[in-house]
Design a protein around this ligand. Sequence first.
Ligand code: AMP
Length: 180
Amino acid sequence: MSTLSTEDKHIILDTIRDIPDFPKKGIIFKDITTLLNNPKGLKTLMNHLEERYKEYDLDYIAGIDARGFIFGSILADRLGVGFVPVRKKGKLPYTTVAEKYSLEYGFDEVEVHIDAFEGKKGARVLLIDDLIATGGTAKAASNLINKVEANCVECCFIAELTFLNGKESIDSPVYSVLEF
Ligand code: AMP
C-alpha cells in the first residue's frame, strides 16, 4: 500500500488555503482551488491516490457534489474505471435513489441515478470528496451506494477535520490524505 512521504505531504499541504469565517463566522474553510491551480501539488496528490487505489480492484469511483467530482474524475480516468456523481437533490435528470442527512439546521439530501452502477451487484466503489467535517454527507453518500446494491469499499478525503470525529459515523473504512 502506498504511503505518502513527508515531503509530498508538505507539497500538497502547502497548496491548501485557509479562509477564516467562510461561509459563516467561526468556520475555517479549507480552500482547495489553490491545490487545483498548482500543477505540482495536484500531480503529487493524484500520483499518490493512483498508487494507493490501483491495488483495490475498483469498478467505479463515486464523487460527492461538487469538489469530489474533480478528484474523482481524474482518479477514475487514471485507473480506467467509471465515474459516478453523487449529487445534491434535484440535479440528476433520470430516476434517482435518495438519502437524507441532517445538517446543523434541517436536512439535506443526496442522490444517485438508480442505474449508476449499471446494476452490477457488489460493484466495488471508492467514494471521494475533498473534505470530511461531521461526516454527515459522506455517511449519506456511502449509504446510497450500498442502497443500490454496490459496495462502498472505502471513503477517501483529501482533508479531514479530525476534531469533529466524522469518520466514526461511517461504516466503510476511511482514508484521509491530510489531517487537520
Ligand atoms: P460534513 O458533511 O459535515 O462532513 O461536511 C462535508 C462537506 O462540506 C464536504 O463536501 C466539504 O466540501 C464541505 N465542508 C465542510 N466543512 C468544510 C470546511 N471547513 N472547509 C471546506 N469544506 C468544508
